[in-house]
Design a protein around this ligand. Sequence first.
Ligand code: AMP
Length: 249
Amino acid sequence: MSKILVALKRVVDANIRVRVKPDGSGVATEGVKMSINPFDEIALEEALRIKEKGAAAEVVVASVGPDDAQQQLRTGLAMGADRAIHVRADQPIEPLAVARVLLKLIEREQPKIVLLGKQAIDDDNNQTGQMLAALWNRPQATFASKVELSGDTARVSREVDTGLETIEIDLPAVITTDLRLNEPRYVKLPEIMKAKKKPLETLALDELGVDITPQFKVLNYAPPPARQKGIMVKDVAELVATLKQRGLL
Ligand code: AMP
């Protein structure tokens, strides 16, 4: 029976105010709450719903990252995934390398659907799903807000600039999730306990024989410029005069 593979990235929690390190070499993560990338939680929720409807037999979650990424995999298992694969990478890893790793996992696992978030909220790349579909040479449906399966096809509504686009793709395929697809379930305590006993396999990058050489070099990180304080105006006339004075009208 068919499997669904879901990619989970460990990122700084969406509710944390991100701080750039004083030397501009990256974002401070020490002592900072980390979570599953929100779009990946949506991807996992969708996979679980597909399985619950009887259209898949197993949901496998995978993450490429440091040992701590196992925390997010355990959360994925507590949400309901059956099994987890951790591919250990201590260095930052770019979308192309992640796509290559996921392709290796696809070759091993032969999933019917590979679900990813549309983007990781740390680097905002929005590349991995598209690159993976190209490497795998299979169809892709990105920015999904509705997924309906029927045999060996999926009908996917996509959030595009002009509204919603509905496409039909042959499976196996890559689907990346948008915000409105679903609302991920909360994890209950008994599930957290149960998740500790679920299988979590760790693989070394070397074992997979994937080239992860960076394709680009980040020169510097900088916080956005601080917003200027607003001013109060007493009426519309003063507002218009101020806007004109600043060349905004
Ligand atoms: P990105 O292309 O970096 O914006 O990421 C898009 C999606 O690819 C994410 O939402 C994840 O589903 C997946 N992804 C990216 N990096 C990783 C990673 N290190 N481990 C697992 N999944 C990842």
